[in-house]
Design a protein around this ligand. Sequence first.
Ligand SMILES: Cc1cc2nc3c(=O)[nH]c(=O)nc-3n(C[C@H](O)[C@H](O)[C@H](O)COP(=O)(O)OP(=O)(O)OC[C@H]3O[C@@H](n4cnc5c(N)ncnc54)[C@H](O)[C@@H]3O)c2cc1C
Length: 264
Amino acid sequence: MKDFQFHRPSNINDAVGLVKGKSGAKFLAGGQSLLPVLKLELAEPSDLVSLAHLKELREIKIDGDKLLIGALATHDDVAGNEHVRKKLPALATLAGGIGDAQVRNRGTLGGSVAHADPAADYPAALLGLGATIVTDRRSIAAEDFFTGLFQTALGRDELVKAVQFPIPKRAAYAKFAHRASKYALVGVFIAETGAGVRVAVTGAGAKAFRMPAFEAALGKQLAPASLDGIAVSSADLNSDAEASAEYRAHLISVMARRAVQALA
Ligand SMILES: Cc1cc2nc3c(=O)[nH]c(=O)nc-3n(C[C@H](O)[C@H](O)[C@H](O)COP(=O)(O)OP(=O)(O)OC[C@H]3O[C@@H](n4cnc5c(N)ncnc54)[C@H](O)[C@@H]3O)c2cc1C
């Protein structure tokens, strides 16, 4: 790992200013994705700007008909929070199924969405619920946020402050997890909202995506049998040592059925 300067700003303006002023600077949240990247020397930042002292970014609260979760809320915070468990239990379940106890204790919502790992769990929930990512300068719809493999709409010096989740009538998440890391080989998030049923998939492609054919069928009748006969194309799906594209296509159907059965 190469040497870098370490900063511990105490407010958002200073944190953003430190990254804005240096082209090689990066934010550091839980370090669960960034530190492995540094150890492998896939990135060599000149400066790491720790977000650890920005306590206001750890808040979780109900905001009208939405749930607002600060970027620094850890996966454990989300899994155990009373508002999340009551209003969006599917999100608590998703957060509680991320990685292992150490990862959940350090890893954050903001770090996960900013990193945009194709096998991360949160992107399915953000897309499935139609969430909004609130940054230090604007709000970005989840549909516009994840732009590609490890790519987002964030500017280099843009800080994720929070994610705003609309509260659905019912929602559920089902994933087929990697045996060791628990990353999603395929994860499917389904939400019944006032505007219809939304279905989002993670782990299967370069970025999370919605399933319009599933949404239309489940919009008519929200039951597993509604998915019978709907073929899932393996074109453009990931293929690796863990699962072929064809197997992932099959898993999308299976996980979607499990999510419908689990709707709560
Ligand atoms: C063994 C292991 C197993 C895992 N299993 C899973 C799993 O099952 N499911 C899953 O979803 N994830 C999994 N993860 C990833 C984990 O969820 C990480 O917590 C997450 O990807 C990154 O969050 P972080 O807070 O650690 O971010 P960091 O590693 O600190 O940062 C990641 C990136 O995001 C940027 N960043 C961080 N915070 C912000 C912010 N607020 N605004 C803008 N940019 C920011 C950083 O600059 C960096 O580029 C696993 C990780 C490990 C090590």
